[in-house]
Design a protein. Structure first.
Length: 81
């Protein structure tokens, strides 16, 4: 039997809200998909040193889908100036 927890990452994202740089807890994620709250896919990033940079994104809410192997988690993030 497979449980939901086997496919969900245990990860923290900070700071939230952010002005640009987001830090992830110590996990090697394969990619981070960035999606607007309206559902528009903006692209993907590969975290470097457990960080991604949202500096060039407009102020607003975003959904981050973080993937590591077969595990994923989603987070709501507020980008401010």
């Amino acid at each position: 039997m497979v449980s939901i927890n086997e496919y969900t990452l245990d990860i923290n994202v900070s700071p939230n809200p952010t002005t640009g740089i987001l830090h992830f807890s110590d996990i090697n994620s394969d990619r981070v998909d960035v999606i607007t709250f309206e559902g528009k896919y903006l692209g993907q990033m590969k975290p470097i040193d457990w960080r991604i940079d949202l500096t060039n994104y407009e102020t607003g809410f975003y959904i981050l889908k973080i993937t590591s192997g077969k595990q994923t988690s989603t987070f709501k993030v507020l980008k401010t100036n």
